[in-house]
Design a protein around this ligand. Structure first.
Ligand SMILES: [Zn+2]
Length: 495
């Protein structure tokens, strides 16, 4: 959402004010053909076709991709179960982390990147379109006609087909609002531009510039909805929208900077917080957030990092794992047996026969499946780890035990047996409990090849059984943060 306040100046009165567009040669204020605000406002609700109103080269297909014939009732899409009416294709992702998506936009708008041929063409169409608007009448349809090109140039073309763009009258918005981006679920959005706020801009602000600056701002919001995992298919319903956080700030900064360089479009002047990497070569960096009053130690396990305590950890790794010694963690003997039990000190030789023998000796029950395709397994785990899923009672208890042990471990109170005791809980929480009884976990002395470092490996024992081996020397003696490394290695190998 972009509010009037952020750009300085209150929302204009409801009666048509003085005309908004003006001509100037200043860089950043595009020279535009004068249009009366009232006319622009009225035209905002006209139907849009490639050959009418503003002269901008775009196809009917491009107009359809951003809402097409349904544009004038786009708000209804929010309540309609069937979005196919609005969008020809579903958004099948791939979805990524919101932080990664911000980085993606930052990198995409790096001035040093060489644009593709298609992107160059889009840049040329935009440049020509803006020049034409200086000589010929232009209208609100320009924002919609240029949408696919703006998407191509600033957002890698990832919004096309997932975002509907439409003009709306003032009553659809909160006070002082230039626009809104609504999430429609399933990775789809609708952007509403407030025709009243944008065209009856107070003072000598440029409606033309405001139209583009507002649109790019909303496209950044839309990108998070369409592309990012946390804010994707289910994010909206749990209120995890990033709003104007660092991810958003990083994107809008990169987009505005490039829009200015390429097209002379002046973006939103608000200073948003950004990720650290986005402060480079910026003469006026936004204020960084002050450090917290009591910063957490950067290296929580350093307290346990003296050579003596490291050697102690290493020694403990080769001890037997039992309920009444080592780390205090609530688990059962059955949990310990399920991950290899008594045979923990053994390891299969590197041949087929020995692996089969170990498998039979270590696991009491065979793995009867059901087995599924790797893609399905991947999807299962993805769904299982969806933040919106409500965990069951057993899972909630496992989360509590793990949280307690991790908190204690970070204070230095842990031993290597923790990872074996916690394995069944990690399995319950992250892998639906499907690994239990089929995986043996053990610490072993360093087996890395000379010149390389191995944290852990998974050895297939056949018939759906595996052994995860953790490198006691590299993790416990050498790594800067043995506690974190231990968990990271096991979760990696569990997958
Ligand atoms: Zn916003």
């Amino acid at each position: 959402m972009l509010t009037g306040k952020t750009l300085g100046g209150r929302k204009p009165p409801h009666s048509p004010g003085p005309h908004a567009s003006h001509q100037s040669h200043d860089r950043g204020t595009i020279r535009v053909f004068h249009r009366e605000a009232k006319d622009l406002y009225d035209e905002a609700f006209y139907e849009i076709a490639p050959g009418t109103a503003t002269n901008y080269p775009c196809t009917q297909k491009e107009l359809n991709a951003s809402g097409g014939a349904n544009r004038r009732t786009a708000l209804d899409a929010r309540n309609s179960k069937n979005k196919t009416k609005w969008f020809a294709h579903p958004n099948n992702g791939p979805f990524i982390d919101a932080r990664v998506s911000a980085r993606e936009i930052f990198d995409h708008n790096n001035p040093k990147r060489t644009p593709s041929a298609a992107e160059d063409e889009a840049i040329n169409r935009l440049t020509t379109g803006l020049e034409t608007a200086g000589r010929e009448p232009w209208g609100p349809d320009l924002a919609i006609k240029a949408f696919c090109d703006l998407d191509k140039v600033f957002f890698g073309g990832r919004l096309k087909g997932h975002v509907c763009l439409t003009w709306k009258p003032d009553r659809f918005f909160r006070r002082d609002c230039f626009a809104n981006t609504f999430y429609l679920e399933d990775g789809k959005c609708v952007i509403h531009l407030n025709a009243h706020s944008i065209f009856f801009l107070p003072g000598d602000g440029s409606s033309f510039g405001q139209m583009f600056s507002t649109l790019l701002h909303e496209m950044c919001h839309a990108y998070e909805r369409v592309r990012a995992l946390e804010l994707g298919p289910t994010g909206w319903s749990v209120g995890r929208a990033d709003g104007h956080g660092r991810n958003f700030g990083t994107m809008i900064h990169a987009v505005n900077k490039r829009a200015w360089d390429l097209l002379g479009l002046k973006g939103d002047s608000t200073l948003y917080l950004r990720h650290d990497y986005a402060y480079d070569d910026d003469p006026h960096p936004a204020p960084k957030q002050p450090p917290p009053q009591n910063p957490p130690p950067r290296n929580p396990s350093r307290t346990a990092a003296s050579p003596k305590s490291r050697q102690d950890l290493r020694d403990k790794a080769s001890r037997n794992v039992s309920l009444d010694s080592g780390t205090d963690y609530t688990c059962t003997q059955s949990d310990l047996d399920a991950t290899g039990g008594l045979a923990r000190q053994e390891y299969p030789k590197d041949d087929h026969g020995d692996r089969n023998a170990c498998r039979r000796k270590w696991f009491t029950q065979p793995n009867h499946g059901p087995f599924i395709a790797p893609r399905q397994a991947c999807w299962d785990i993805f769904k299982h780890n969806d933040l919106c899923r409500k965990p069951g009672k057993l899972e909630t208890e496992a989360v509590e035990r793990l949280s307690k042990a991790i908190a204690a471990g970070r204070r230095g109170s842990w031993a290597p047996d923790l990872i074996i005791k916690a394995f069944c809980d990690l399995d319950t929480v992250f892998f639906r409990g499907r690994l239990r009884g089929h995986i043996c976990v053990r610490w072993l002395p360093d087996w890395s090849a000379p010149g390389s470092t191995t944290w852990g490996t998974t050895v297939l024992l056949g018939e759906g059984k595996c052994a995860i081996r953790l490198n006691a020397d590299t993790i416990l003696l050498d790594h800067r943060r043995p506690f974190e490394r231990m968990f990271a290695t096991v979760l990696h190998e569990m997958w």
